[in-house]
Design a protein around this ligand. Structure first.
Ligand code: PLP
Length: 360
């Protein structure tokens, strides 16, 4: 089976063996030693010296942790959205009582940093900017470096959803001075769902000390306190820790630049296929097309549900349809984590065969 959705992604055999191990005491020496190995390796992948906390939750829980630990009710935030996940991040802040100033783009578009500059000028009271690095619903990667520069020039906090980019697309957290960066285990990390990883800058910790939104399970102070002993405040998803210990070794052995280049090559193949079929990327400008997920506009005469079910049932290839309002109009090929050019060749060969069968 070729599982090519944008998460959960396939796990290497080494990871599958690791997660199948017997449980251990999460308050014992072995768990503490494992966490103390994982955190420095995670920091290398985040390209940061900042603290990285591990939460037992999915990506959305990581986003919620960023909101409740950084903000107070009534705080103004700029909620940038280029798709479903940007909307979700902003909604989470709104639910907790932040005043969200939306900066929304049509599906397929990337953020223009000049718009962020303008919005911050018009709204000097904004405390934080929330932005998605890689919008999984539209297959668009935002120019985060440029956005971050604008946000830092304006002296604001930046909270980043990097759930489907970090580990697969270059994201140097310290070089870009990002305050809170959230990612999830089931994406490019080659392990199952169950953990979110969150980096917090010094400025982020200061904001956290003042932030008044209610929090308990996701309280960064508790996470930090327990991390000092290689522990987590609550019972963690121990098997995913086992998997991460192994997966991180594999990633660091391959080397981050090689991982990023592999993702670029595989995504390049997917994009070339789209063009060769006379189809169109959802990404309005190929420059911003994602290296972890390719979203394709379905032509009017295409039945997306039939395409995905034919791929699954006849060719053992699982891809994703469109989300929310994009259902039936878009299909998406996930290519992150454990993916090679050979995998993509197989997927594209299957898509070649399934495409004519999806004609309405
Ligand atoms: N943000 C982005 C960019 C995502 O791709 C996802 C998951 O697909 C999420 C947030 C939410 O993560 P989860 O489904 O793990 O809660």
């Amino acid at each position: 089976m070729q599982l090519r959705i944008p998460g959960p992604t396939p796990c290497p055999d080494e990871v599958l063996r690791a997660i199948g191990r017997q449980m251990i005491n999460h308050r014992g020496k072995e768990f503490g030693e494992m966490t103390n190995r994982i955190i420095p390796k995670l920091k290398q992948c985040f390209q940061t010296k900042n603290e990285v906390v591990i939460l037992s939750t999915s990506g959305t829980g990581g986003l919620e942790s960023a909101v409740v630990n950084m903000l107070s009710p009534g705080d103004k935030v700029l909620g940038i959205s280029i798709g479903i996940f940007g909307d979700r991040f902003a909604e989470c802040a709104k639910v907790y009582g932040a005043e969200v100033i939306p900066l929304k783009y049509e599906w397929g578009r990337a953020v223009d940093p000049d718009d962020v500059k303008k919005a911050l000028k018009e709204n000097p009271g904004v405390r934080a900017v929330m932005v998605t690095h890689n919008e999984t619903s539209t297959g668009v990667t935002n120019p985060l470096k440029e956005i971050a520069k604008v946000v830092k020039d304006a002296d604001k906090l930046i909270l980043v959803d990097a759930v489907s980019s970090l580990s697969s697309i270059d994201l140097p957290v310290d070089a870009w001075d990002l305050d809170v960066v959230v990612t999830g285990s089931q994406k490019g990390w080659m392990v199952p769902p169950g953990l979110a990883f969150v980096s917090i800058s010094e400025r982020g910790w200061k904001a956290h000390a003042e932030a008044k939104m209610p929090r308990f399970y996701f309280d960064f102070s508790r996470a930090k306190k327990f991390a000092a002993d290689g522990q987590t405040p609550w019972t963690p998803t121990v098997p995913v820790f086992f998997g991460m210990d192994v997966a991180l070794d594999m990633m660091l052995k391959e080397g981050l630049p090689n991982i990023f280049a592999r993702h670029a090559r595989v995504a390049g193949k997917a994009r070339a296929w789209v063009k060769s079929k006379g189809l169109q990327l959802l990404s309005a400008d190929e420059k911003f097309a994602s290296n972890t997920v390719t979203a394709v506009k379905a032509p009017d005469d295409m039945d997306v549900a039939r395409f995905t079910s034919t791929l699954r049932d006849e060719y053992k290839v699982v891809i994703a349809g469109g989300q929310g309002g994009m259902k039936g109009k878009v299909f998406r090929i996930g290519h992150l984590g454990l993916v090679s050019e050979k995998d993509m060749d197989e997927v594209l060969a299957a898509m070649d065969k399934a495409l004519p069968k999806a004609k309405k």
